[in-house]
Design a protein around this ligand. Structure first.
Ligand code: ZN
Length: 459
């Protein structure tokens, strides 16, 4: 059965369509889009933006969002590495049921904030003793099942994680992450693909946790064997110590190494890329690769600021991710990214592009195009015939929106909105969040609270 919606406005890459009538088929795929003075089907007093693409997530870390802020004072280290120890401790305690309940809650909250797809950078593979489950992709499948319950599209990216650091064996605390050989990793990928086939709206990518976590020869093999259009994700250059360790071990900086030893291209998604030199900034931009910037997590962890202005001047591609999920508001991610630049460059035109001065529009478009690629899709139009209808709807009655001309709408949303202005989220043609409420909220939240009480980590 088809379903028809009329939106007060629909954002396309060419601008707003007023009173947009959109019809979708039973699979949620768009059959037609037109402007009409007469509303058809369900009328929605709101503006439809393309659904946000969350290009970087570690679902289990949602369980510790906000917990790493009880600081102990002088003499006690409190940095990325001490945070990582706390994160490992959490990872060691989780069962498949725990993981699924936490991920379902997280993904439902993502949908409520306007994300319609997530790339799950997944490395918590094995049981508590570090033994593979009989279904190698047990946890991956739980993440896909969680996404299904939450109604969000998922690209599961099972990570190759082999060792504890450059030339160092894995630590005991990392035992749940490890694929000892490249063959083991590919078996995991195969199981993940089989699992994804059992569900709708799930895809699988390829990933290396970081240069420090996998041997150089194996990274090169994985990169050489990438299938066309498969997204390839890797953490890179997040921490200064990582750059130092890389220089000491192989004489090259992490991104420099990737540029010199692999065929970096538009399927690469370099997560963070915080600390780059000029050659690296230029190399990434020239290759067509994408940087996944996670401003709220990078700020929370004290990582540093990505060289956005330099990268943008070279027309570099980028998307956003929520990583540790200390923040889930996509507008806030875009603002933090912008304000980090404004505060250091003393200019306000971070997202300006020649011929297109609408910052909010530019930010939405750039993050969406690379975000789609991070999911394994190449798209250029926000809404097109044959694609699924994935949209976040902003309330037309919010005071700043109700009084704004169409040329000011994107900036009103990006610079002065939060989740209270989100009327709902439509994913695969259906309301997943309506009037601020997720369709499966009651069962997902009660399961989550039981799980957190069981784990005891938030008490
Ligand atoms: Zn990450």
């Amino acid at each position: 059965m088809t379903k028809t919606y009329t939106f007060k406005g629909l954002l396309t890459t060419g601008g707003w369509i007023p009173n947009a009538v959109v019809t979708v088929n039973e699979d949620g795929k768009i059959q037609s889009i037109k402007a009409s003075d007469i509303p058809e089907g369900e009328y929605i007093d709101g503006y439809a933006l393309p659904g946000f693409q969350n290009a970087h997530s570690h679902a289990f870390q949602y369980a510790m969002a906000g917990l790493a802020e009880l600081h102990e004072g002088q003499g006690t280290p409190d940095d990325f590495w001490s945070w990582r120890t706390a994160m490992y401790n959490l990872a060691l305690t989780m069962s498949p049921d725990h993981l699924e309940a936490i991920a379902a809650m997280l993904y439902a909250e993502m949908a409520r904030h306007g994300y319609t797809a997530v790339a799950e950078f997944h490395y918590l593979h094995h049981d508590k003793n570090g033994k593979p489950y009989s279904n190698l992709a047990e946890h991956g499948e739980r993440l896909i099942a969680a996404a299904q319950r939450a109604g969000i599209n998922i690209t599961l990216v099972p990570m190759f994680y082999q060792q504890g650091g450059f030339g160092k064996p894995a630590e005991d605390k990392q035992k749940r992450f490890i694929s000892a050989t490249i063959e083991d990793y590919y078996k995991l990928v195969e199981s993940s693909k089989k699992a994804a086939k059992r569900y709708n709206n799930a895809a699988v990518g390829i990933g290396i946790h970081s240069l420090r976590a996998v041997k150089a020869n194996d990274i090169i093999s994985v990169c050489n064997n990438l299938e066309k259009h498969t997204p390839f994700h890797i953490h890179v250059s997040e921490q200064l110590k990582e750059i130092e360790d890389s220089l000491n071990y192989c004489g090259e900086r992490p991104v420099e190494w990737l540029l010199n030893h692999t065929d970096m291209n538009e399927n690469y998604h370099l997560v963070h890329a915080t600390h780059l030199d000029d050659v690296e900034v230029q190399g990434i931009a020239k290759s067509g690769a994408n940087v996944v910037i996670c401003p709220s997590t990078e700020g929370n962890l004290g990582d540093g600021l990505f060289r956005f202005a330099d990268y943008k001047a070279l027309q570099g591609n980028w998307s956003i991710g929520t990583d540790s999920h200390v923040g889930l508001n996509p507008f806030e991610e875009l603002r933090l990214l912008d304000y980090g630049q404004r505060l250091t460059n003393h200019k306000r035109n971070t997202y300006f592009l020649p011929g297109q001065g609408d910052s909010g529009f530019n930010a939405l478009k750039q993050a969406w195009i690379s975000g789609k690629k991070a999911m394994g899709e190449t798209r250029s139009d926000f809404f097109e015939i044959g694609a699924t209808l994935d949209a976040v709807i902003l309330d037309a009655k919010s005071p700043l929106t109700a009084s704004a001309a169409s040329k000011n709408l994107c900036n009103t949303f990006v610079y002065s909105s939060d989740v209270s202005n989100v009327l709902g989220t439509i994913i695969n043609g259906k309301w997943v969040v309506k009037q601020g409420a997720h369709i499966n909220y009651e069962s997902i939240v009660s399961n989550f609270i039981t799980t957190m009480n069981d784990l005891g980590s938030r008490l």
